[in-house]
Design a protein around this ligand. Structure first.
Ligand SMILES: Cc1ncc(COP(=O)(O)O)c(C=O)c1O
Length: 473
């Protein structure tokens, strides 16, 4: 058998027990293990192989996705897809995924957009594609002329109402549909808030470490970020009070602090609300993955304690559904609705109507709640499997933080190793990681890797990837 670029692949076996994607996966993997394909060799594009084998494109992409997620192949843009440099036949042999293993990743993403441990992604293989396709087809069929014109800049009313109901039930937030504004993502939400409530030069507390886009965006909009340290109870509010007591706002991730995954303690929640009420300041609650808590039920949102109308709540569908949807939302206090409507008319173009309609049906017909429940269970399992796999191989070099929730692991590097240097080496080898140092303003000496686990389906897979990291430590 030969699977190199200029030769043909022999026909697949339609009577075999393995599905086609698995047969293709196996052929490539054994070609690498046998040395027929060498590190750096180019393999056929998914399009070319689709044509050659006469199969659905999704079948080929599923096989390539699995190979890419497990680190066998890498897409290099214009240069095509190649066998991962540095991959030895021994590794390929040792790391063969067991036959009963689930497909690690979804069948429709472009292999060049995904690396093992890639941050910010939900489990792509677990997305309920069939339900989505059914709802999508139904929404398309029922499109009326009124669905074909510019969408409301505040969001589809049905979606705003569905979000309000969901927030009431799941996050303890009491709000009406008119307080919900649909946006195209967290950054858009933050931008909208800044246009509505801030002026250049305003000081804003941000968490340190914290989500880099928050400080980047505030900086671009001429706000002055005030980095406030975070400990095991979340943002240290007393430090914020010392650093900038008259700040205009605070941006926090109370559910699972981004990136440390700790929760903001109740005393700190109350202290923050008290500060905002006295100071007429704003709290921006970025609740990007509050649902994903594994040690207990999800904590209610900070917004649920907001008696003075000082909290602006930012939610997103990126983690609980898919980042490709580009749908998020903002809940504003009742007294601010008018202001946000005015600003939205100028700064918002509206989000795609059809996507909003599908998400609305998905929520109102109960699929959303079920999906979140399933994902919570799946992520708890994948988190454990990934942590166990990495720990078994890397325990001399790392310590994994215990965390109540979230979608990534924090691997503290022992000794004086630089997280940035290790991350750069991992990127060179086709492994994704982010350095905690890059999420910090100033230096604290903390050195850690941030690794997403939601697309790692087995402990064995994690061990294989751990072995690749081991060579780079
Ligand atoms: C801390 C944090 N906030 C918000 C988001 C959501 O961003 P978006 O809605 O633009 O996908 C993310 C996604 O990765 C995140 O990590």
């Amino acid at each position: 058998m030969n699977v190199t670029r200029n030769s043909r692949m022999s026909p697949l076996d339609p009577t075999a027990a393995e599905p086609f994607y698995r047969q293709i996966y196996d052929r490539f993997r054994s070609a690498i293990a046998n040395g027929l394909l060498k590190p750096g060799d180019r393999i056929p594009s998914a399009r070319a192989l689709t044509k050659e084998l006469g199969l659905a494109r999704g079948t080929i992409e599923t096989a390539y996705s699995l190979l890419a997620a497990e680190g066998y192949i890498q897409a290099r843009g214009q240069a095509g897809t190649i066998v991962t440099p540095g991959l030895t036949p021994q590794i390929a042999k040792a790391s063969a995924a067991p036959r009963t293993e689930r497909v690690a990743v979804a069948s429709d993403f472009r292999p060049d957009s995904i690396l093992p441990f890639q941050m910010g992604l939900p489990a792509l293989d677990a997305f309920p594609r069939k339900i989505w396709a059914r709802l999508g087809a139904r929404c398309m069929r029922s499109m009326q002329p009124s669905d074909m014109v510019h969408p409301s800049v505040f969001g589809l009313y049905g979606l705003r109402a569905a979000i309000a109901t969901y927030l009431q039930v799941s996050r303890g937030i009491d709000c009406s549909a008119s307080q919900v504004f649909v946006t195209s993502g967290y950054r858009h939400t933050l931008e909208l808030i800044a246009h509505a409530l801030f002026k250049p030069g305003d000081r804003v507390w941000i968490e340190n470490p914290g989500y880099p886009p928050t400080r980047d965006l505030l900086g671009l909009m001429h706000m002055t970020s005030v980095p406030v340290p975070v400990d095991a109870d979340g943002m240290i509010v007393s430090e914020g009070l010392k650093l900038a007591p008259r700040a205009r706002a605070a941006v926090v991730t109370p559910g699972h602090q981004s990136p440390l995954c700790v929760s903001l303690s109740l005393p700190r929640r109350l202290a923050l609300l008290d500060w905002a009420a006295r100071n007429q300041g704003w709290i921006i609650e970025d609740d990007y993955d509050g649902e994903y808590r594994y040690v207990s039920r999800p904590l209610p949102a900070l917004k649920s304690l907001d008696r003075d109308g000082r909290v602006l709540y930012a939610g997103t569908f990126s983690k609980v559904l898919l980042p490709a949807l580009r749908l998020a939302y903002l809940v504003v206090p009742q007294e601010q609705v008018q202001r946000f409507e005015d600003v939205s008319r100028t700064f918002v173009g509206g989000s795609p109507q059809l996507t909003q309609a599908i998400v609305t049906a998905f929520i109102t017909e109960g699929h959303f709640a079920r999906h979140i429940q399933r994902m919570r269970k799946l992520y708890a399992e994948r988190r454990e499997a990934t942590a166990a796999g990495l720990e078994s191989v890397l325990h001399k070099h790392i310590r994994i933080d215990p965390q109540p929730g979230g979608m990534h692991l924090i691997l503290r590097l022992k000794g004086r190793r630089s997280d940035r240097r290790l991350v750069a080496r991992m990127w060179d080898e086709g492994l994704y990681a982010e350095a905690l140092t890059d999420w910090m303003v100033g230096s604290s000496g903390a050195s850690a890797l941030l690794l997403n686990f939601t697309n790692i389906s087995t402990q064995r897979g994690a061990e294989t990837l751990g072995n690749r990291i081991l060579k780079l430590v």
